[in-house]
Design a protein around this ligand. Structure first.
Ligand code: HSE
Length: 307
């Protein structure tokens, strides 16, 4: 293969109780990227649209990942890369992760798919480090594997793909403000009372069990975050109003997508999702803050080749 075009999905990390360990991919939005083999070695980013990002390969999450993989594989060719961002950086929807994961996936195709999904996740984590300073796996793994993923361990890296109940829908509202992951991590508590830790890991176990058993009530009861959300919600205008309105309209739960500012709600079925969409749109309509709202299925296949 000498050329391909891919779609790399946006992702929701943390999913309330699963800080830094749970994530899922969405169908509705993502990046498009093209990869062309060049006889000249090295990486060149030839076009970026949809966001202001650096063309400096070492500073760009996608460019840095392509370069790292080509070096690792000792490739005898180079890659020309284009990136079309379908959503903005700093949204909390895994923007750098989509680019980094897409870069790992696309380059691997040019190398006749020699690397496993786990290896691609490791390469993509390097892109996360370039973009935000930390090698977090929850967004990149969700983009690469699709569906719900659990980062069971970082050392060694272990990713578990979890089932997705068929009626699960996501509604997300993206206020057009930027929250930097680095800043959102700086407000997190460094010590958690044992009682809170027990609550959090019990909810994580409950959520995973609910996904395996299609138990929407259990999913709903478990979508609670008492660690990151209380510390971070002050960074997101009208967070409580949006969350309350989503819950009143029948959402199973709602919380901060990744490090924000996007707020996500999980719902059972299209009808509830539409009601939640309309109610949270209503909350933001008169705030003077621009926003986008979307409904999506959970993306099951991860990154896909579209040409
Ligand atoms: N788990 C990460 C966080 C996701 O919440 O900081 C953001 O990349």
């Amino acid at each position: 293969m000498d050329y391909l075009k891919i779609f790399a999905p946006a992702t929701v990390a943390n999913v309330s109780c699963g800080f830094d360990s749970l994530g899922f991919a969405v169908d509705a939005i993502g990046d498009e990227m093209t990869f062309t083999k060049t006889t000249e070695k090295g990486v060149k980013i030839t076009e970026i649209t949809g966001a202001e990002l650096t063309y400096d390969v070492d500073q760009n999450a996608a460019g840095a990942v392509v370069k790292k993989i080509l070096n690792d594989a000792n490739a005898d060719f180079g890659v020309a890369l284009t990136i079309h961002k379908g959503f903005s950086p700093g949204s909390g929807l895994g923007s750098s992760a989509a680019s980094a994961a897409g870069a790992a996936f696309g380059t691997n195709q040019l190398l006749d798919a020699r690397y496993s999904e786990l290896e691609l996740t490791k390469f993509a984590m390097f892109g996360e480090k370039v973009a935000c300073g930390t090698e977090i796996a929850d967004n990149v793994a969700a983009a690469i594997y699709g569906g719900f993923i659990l980062v069971r361990s970082y050392e060694p890296l272990e990713i578990i793909k979890l089932p997705v109940p068929s009626e699960l829908r996501v509604v997300a509202i993206h206020p057009q403000i930027q929250v930097k992951t680095k800043e959102a991590r700086a407000v997190l508590p460094t010590v958690i009372p044992l009682k809170d830790a027990v609550t959090q890991w019990s909810n994580l176990g409950g959520l995973v069990s609910g996904l395996y058993t299609d138990n929407y009530d259990l999913i709903s009861n478990s979508l609670v975050d008492i660690v990151a959300e209380p510390a971070r919600k002050c960074l997101i205008p009208y967070f409580d109003a949006v969350k309350n309105s989503a819950l009143q309209s029948g959402a199973l739960g709602a919380g901060i997508s990744g490090s924000g500012p996007t707020i996500f709600a999980l719902c059972k079925g299209d009808e509830v999702a539409t009601a939640v969409h309309d109610s949270i749109e209503e909350v933001y309509k008169n705030t003077g803050i621009n926003f986008e709202v979307f409904i999506s299925k959970v993306n099951q296949e991860g990154i896909k080749i579209i040409k």
